[in-house]
Ligand binder design. Structure first.
Ligand code: FHN
Length: 415
């Protein structure tokens, strides 16, 4: 079982992933050809020559980017507790002032500003935890970095590892204040010894900095699921789901397959009830703007999250309730079972929850609610909670059941 021993990570539940780099300029299209894969992979997938790809830097001038507004919105409107930005994705381009490689936002672009520094200052101002994504094995710009689905046999990975990867990771840890985590990704052929070196390097500079589950050889500090994969059952220990709102991480102007706010909210609640964190991604445009539709979805989810924070942050994993009730998700903490009502109803009816209640209230307002214990016609336990009339046609609100017992008693279904 992975245990970060860090309360902030256990309590956070909802974080913002930002995939932003030169691929945002191409936005899913190169020389008239559209990619049908994730947009940040376009260099690898279309075999774009490195010299051509590097020239994109000359166009990178995201004048619409405002780190302060970005972080403020993530915290206050979207309810996110930490932010993880791509410091260097597989393309090899550093979004900060790196002394190790000139292929970076300060030296190679007309923008010339250190995006990570701006993010750091904003995160400190709004008291938001900041982490960096770093592609430790794949680097398509470095002749010795790995490339997926390509012949890597002639590459001297150790050289890239010693001369670019480790020195850049060191820069990140030394120059940007407290880093809550480094989100290493796609370890590919990295050895146990190399992984250990990375871990030692990170911890020697910032002992509290966590390493993602993809650091290599399952040696990270917590479990990272597959992209958009949610464990079906409660999963013990600390874990996180990296996830997209549409079907790409980096901006793709053709991808309009946005999940609805209701869908995202139900995914968040499933993850939270099973004990994980939801690291939800935005892919800003080359101008530094989050697509409008994505903002709308995150605003709507954020409204729920901020209004019902007590039922989300710092909650602990629940056991398995025997039934799937359409339109209902549960979360919990000591002596409390939160019932998230995601589709309209007149009352809440919960079969096979064997607890005694000491109270029930609407989380957003504290309004007390009537409840009673019943037996179903078959003799199963049943709790009914009456909902105020003004809620009968509403969805997306949360009811707290105060339990006499510490944990919910989820009874099994009798045949
Ligand atoms: O290859 C990357 C991908 O571009 C993206 O960064 C995701 C995020 O989890 N990780 C890798 C694929 O799993």
């Amino acid at each position: 079982m992975k245990d970060t021993k860090q309360q902030w990570f256990k309590d956070a539940k909802y974080g913002l992933f930002i995939h932003w780099g030169l691929y945002s300029i191409l936005a899913g299209e190169y020389k008239g050809r559209k990619t049908d894969r994730i947009a940040e992979w376009i260099e690898n997938d279309f075999d774009i020559p490195v010299e051509d790809y590097e020239k994109l830097a000359e166009q990178f001038n995201p004048t619409g980017f405002d780190a302060d507004a970005f972080v403020k919105r993530a915290k206050e409107q979207w309810g996110m507790k930490y932010i993880v930005l791509t410091a260097k994705h597989h393309e090899g381009f550093a979004m900060y002032d790196s002394k190790v490689s000139d292929f970076n936002v300060v030296k190679a672009t007309p923008y010339g500003r250190d995006i990570l520094k701006e993010l750091q200052l904003a995160c400190e101002k709004y008291d938001v935890k900041m982490g960096f994504y770093y592609s430790q094995a794949q680097d398509w710009d470095d002749p010795n970095g790995y490339m997926h689905r390509k012949d890597n046999s002639q590459r001297d990975f150790q050289k890239y590892f010693d001369e670019k990867c480790k020195p850049q990771v060191k820069e990140l840890l030394e120059n940007y204040g407290d880093i809550c985590l480094i989100w290493f990704d796609t370890p590919m052929g990295i050895t146990v010894a190399q992984t250990q070196e990375l871990i030692d390097l990170v911890k020697s500079i910032q002992p509290d900095c966590l390493l993602s589950g993809r650091t290599g050889n399952h040696m990270g500090d917590y479990m990272t699921t597959g992209d958009n994969y949610i464990p079906r059952l409660p999963y013990e220990g600390d874990w996180e789901v990296p996830a997209t709102v549409n079907d790409t991480w980096g901006f793709n102007k053709f991808d309009t397959n946005w999940k609805s706010a209701d869908h995202i909210l139900s995914l968040l609640l499933k993850i939270v009830s099973r004990g994980g964190n939801y690291l939800l991604n935005v892919g800003p445009t080359a101008d530094g703007i989050v697509p409008e539709k994505c903002v709308e979805v995150l605003n709507e989810v954020g409204k729920y999250v901020t209004e019902n924070g007590e039922a989300i942050y710092g909650t602990r994993p629940l056991g398995v309730y025997a039934y799937e009730i359409p339109g209902i998700e549960f979360t919990g903490r000591e002596h409390k079972l939160y019932v998230h009502v995601l589709s309209p109803r007149i009352r809440i009816e919960l079969m096979n929850v064997g607890n005694r209640l000491t109270g029930a209230y609407l989380v957003s307002s504290g309004q007390k609610l009537e409840y009673r214990f019943m037996k179903s016609c078959e003799g199963d336990s049943m709790i009914e909670v009456e909902l105020p009339e003004e809620l009968h046609n509403k969805k997306n609100y949360c009811v707290c059941l105060e339990l006499e017992e510490e944990e919910p008693i989820f009874e099994s279904i009798k045949g």
